[in-house]
Design a protein around this ligand. Structure first.
Ligand code: MTE
Length: 320
């Protein structure tokens, strides 16, 4: 597991919330007992993280599973200040500046559709009853920038098993919170709110697919999609929907937000493919945040061995 070194912009111990004050928070105590979350050294993450969430680390994580061997994790500061989260503005630094208005706890995920165990699940119950994994993944945005991120998450397959989908379930549809007060960017119709995404059952149950609840060993900052977001490392980043409140099992292919906005530019599958260009730019290369020279983009973002079989016999052009 990665240990995060304090950064120059972090508060000194004496400036930070006292440990006692911190421990007094009811929700924190509840999480402590339920989810195996505990206070780390009192630290300040850049912004967008509520005081109650700040510096909380997950404990009991086993050794990191490295799915980006030989690569350097993108610094924490970049991962949490260079974001796409249109619910808080369309600028890269808007989410870190504005996401403090999101209240990630208490948080309920509504599960429905073709499942035997539908219901309203509290996110902390889902975490408590799950095995959390620490996984280093490459993350490639459709805009041709990329990062390497150490996520903490629950394999989606294990959650799906718990919800017991029926044979009618062919797709999983996810929805982000819709609340103009918590998400001021929703006052402008840049997207048909709420943000929607979807996967086939084979994609959703692939062992690589994660529901992330943290990064760098800490609780997920608001701007990264707190308290729970999808991570599908072989697909363009827009598939990795944030701040999920609804999971539906359907027999129809979900019509995701970017498809609704620009159907000629964005598809349902959105698999990373250096040979299929975006109509307005090449996808052959990418800019790794923090690096100067662009590097080659890998088919399926380097995860072909794990996922290519899902798409056997399908036309690669249709997988965009
Ligand atoms: N989810 C929601 N709800 N709203 C968004 O605007 N942006 C997507 C995806 N999930 C987005 C979202 C895009 S385009 C990308 S590249 C990733 O989130 C960015 O994730 P990150 O900011 O944690 O790097």
């Amino acid at each position: 597991m990665l240990i995060r070194k304090p950064k120059s912009y972090e508060l000194k111990d004496n400036e930070a919330t006292s440990r006692r004050e911190y421990l007094n928070r009811r929700e924190f105590m509840r999480d402590l007992s339920r989810a195996g979350v505990m206070a780390g050294a009192a630290t300040l993450v850049p912004s967008g993280v509520s005081a109650a969430e700040r510096g909380r680390k997950f404990t009991g994580l086993e050794a990191q599973q490295n799915f980006a061997p030989g690569e350097k994790p993108t610094p924490y500061e970049a991962v949490t200040t260079y974001n796409n989260f249109y619910e808080f503005g369309t600028g890269k630094d808007d989410p870190a500046r504005n996401a403090h208005s999101l209240k990630p706890r208490p948080w309920t995920v509504e599960v429905g559709g073709h499942v035997e165990k539908p219901g309203a699940y509290d996110v902390d119950d889902l975490i408590r009853d799950s095995h959390l994994e620490d996984r280093l993944y490459r993350f490639r945005c459709v805009e041709a920038w990329s990062m390497v991120i150490p996520w903490v998450g629950i394999p989606l397959a294990s959650l799906i098993e718990r919800f017991s989908p029926t044979s009618k379930a062919k797709y999983v549809r996810f929805e982000t919170l819709q609340d103009r007060d918590q998400m001021p960017g929703q006052r402008r119709r840049v997207i048909n709110w709420p943000y929607v995404e979807g996967l086939t059952m084979a994609e959703a149950t692939n062992p690589l697919t994660l529901m992330a609840v943290g990064l760098y060993g800490e609780v997920l900052p608001n701007q990264n999609g707190a308290p729970i977001r999808l991570v599908v490392p072989w697909k363009y980043g827009f598939k990795s929907i944030k701040s999920i409140v609804k999971i539906d099992f359907t027999d129809r292919q979900p019509f995701n937000s970017w498809q609704q906005l620009a159907p000629h530019e964005y598809g349902f599958y959105a698999n990373v493919d250096p040979e299929v260009d975006h109509p307005r730019w090449s996808q052959a290369r990418e800019r790794r945040i923090g690096e100067f020279f662009r590097r080659e983009t890998l088919p399926f973002n380097g995860y072909a061995e794990e996922v290519a079989q899902i798409y056997a016999g399908m036309n690669p052009k249709k997988l965009y």
